[in-house]
Design a protein around this ligand. Structure first.
Ligand code: AMP
Ligand code: GLY
Length: 421
């Protein structure tokens, strides 16, 4: 089977790598200078048996609909289903309709009623842009005045343009986070192995929210029974509510959850593979990803995905200035040495070619350093050993990816940062 993956980041790199285990050919449009099989052709011009759309923007813009209208087999929802991610207000309405446990919330376009709602909540307070903001449109704060100022900045359009002209205000939930990615064929859903992402920029969950600074899988606090519960109480009711609205949802339903003392609560649904969750979940697949996605795209899911017992850890290496204003154009050193560490694969996200074999930084999240190992601890050691070979001016990464899960708080010993930070 020939597969076309649409997108050009670390998620598309790992999708292409794992699909290549069983596909005859994988083309990635546009891909990037670090992804084999990259092509600058328009996806509509690619001759493929299966299209897998990676990022949310083209899904929200209706790319899957256009390809299906041309008779192509597509894994990824149409614009109707992608509204789940394109509008948090719409998503919250659907979750309420479906009876899915989620944080109390309300949506506003005017400042005064928004401030009144903030005052009615106990805190922490959460303010989200209704529209897409690449994972950066969410403020979680213990300071109600800061929440109020954020509401005003978002509603005025100053902070996130039109994406922020409607805000969703939520009660803040507390607990470990979990990502459960389910593959859906319109009526059925199967869960992939769970992962935990690290959304904040800094160690100890300090600093601004990002698209994700690292991830690991499996997750010790999420045994298979918990994943089954999420499938039964969150994913399937959502899929069925979509169906009742006439939406034939074929793609990933990615539940971002908070494991509260009252049970799992959905923070959000995304309509695609998580990034960097895909980088830890997909390499652990023992069964055939191409077959699974083709079945879902055809509305005929037959197989349950299977996973190896090995663990995976991804550390994201980001550019200086990420997430606000990432610096670009720096030469990346140490890629070969990093990739030579046992169990390690470096997936390329924000990179471009330098004319020779070298790569330059070209985005916020630049590289996703993924290690497999027999335990989370060993996978983590390998990932940080690989990171220690990488450098460019201002490279930043978290030292505590998967640290809580393996019972430590810092970087593993023997993984010294070459820049001495
Ligand atoms: P979202 O894009 O809605 O997943 O939000 C991004 C991140 O903000 C989540 O991964 C959480 O870390 C945090 N967050 C979102 N909603 C809440 C909430 N209701 N309570 C606490 N933290 C939240
Ligand atoms: N890792 C968070 C996301 O993909 O939205």
């Amino acid at each position: 089977m020939r597969v076309c993956v649409v997108g050009g980041g670390g998620r598309e790199h790992v999708l292409a790598a794992v699909l290549s285990r069983s596909a005859d050919e994988v083309v990635v449009t546009p891909g990037n200078a670090g992804i084999p099989g990259s092509s600058d052709r328009d996806p509509a011009e690619v001759d493929a048996d299966l299209f897998v759309v990676g990022p949310e923007q083209p899904l929200v813009a209706g790319l899957a609909d256009q390809l299906r209208a041309d008779g192509r087999l597509v894994f990824g929802p149409g614009a109707d289903g992608a509204r789940l991610e394109g509008s948090k207000r719409w998503m919250k309405d659907l979750l309420h309709e479906a009876g899915v446990p989620t944080a109390r919330s309300a949506a506003f376009t005017e400042v005064e009623p928004a401030l009144a709602f903030l005052a009615s909540l106990e805190g922490p307070w959460v303010v989200k842009t209704d529209g897409l903001a690449a994972g950066k449109g969410v403020l979680v704060t213990d300071d109600v005045d800061q929440a109020g100022a954020d509401v005003a900045a978002k509603l005025s359009g100053a902070a996130f343009g039109d994406a922020g002209r409607t805000v969703v205000i939520e009660e803040g939930l507390v607990g470990p986070e979990l990502s459960v990615l389910a593959v859906c064929d319109g009526t059925r859903a199967v869960a992939l192995a769970p992962a935990q992402d690290h959304k904040r920029l800094g160690d100890g969950d300090e600093g601004p929210n990002t698209g994700g600074m690292g991830a690991y899988s499996p997750v010790p606090v999420a045994p298979p029974e918990l994943v089954d519960t999420v499938l039964e109480t969150a994913v399937l009711p959502t899929l069925h509510a979509l169906r009742r609205r006439g939406i034939d949802y074929r793609g990933v339903l990615y539940a971002g959850l908070m494991l509260t003392e009252q049970g799992p609560r959905v923070l959000e649904f995304n309509v695609r593979f998580g990034d960097p969750e895909a980088q830890v979940v997909l390499p652990r697949m023992a069964s055939d990803l191409t077959e699974l996605l083709a079945e879902a795209a055809a509305g005929r899911l037959r197989h349950e995905p299977e996973f190896v017992a090995d663990c995976a850890v991804t550390v994201v290496c980001a550019a200086e200035g990420y997430p606000e204003a990432p610096r670009r154009g720096d030469r990346i050193e140490g890629l070969d040495a990093a990739g030579a560490v046992d169990g390690v694969t470096v997936y390329c996200a924000g990179v471009t070619g330098a004319g020779d074999r070298a790569l330059l930084t070209a985005g916020g999240r630049v590289l996703d350093v993924t290690a497999l190992g027999p335990t989370l601890d060993e996978a983590r050691r390998r990932a940080y050993r690989a990171v220690s070979h990488l450098s460019w001016p201002g490279m930043q990464y978290r030292r505590d990816i998967a640290a809580t899960a393996v019972g430590t708080s810092g970087p593993p010993s023997g993984a010294a940062d070459p820049a001495g930070r």
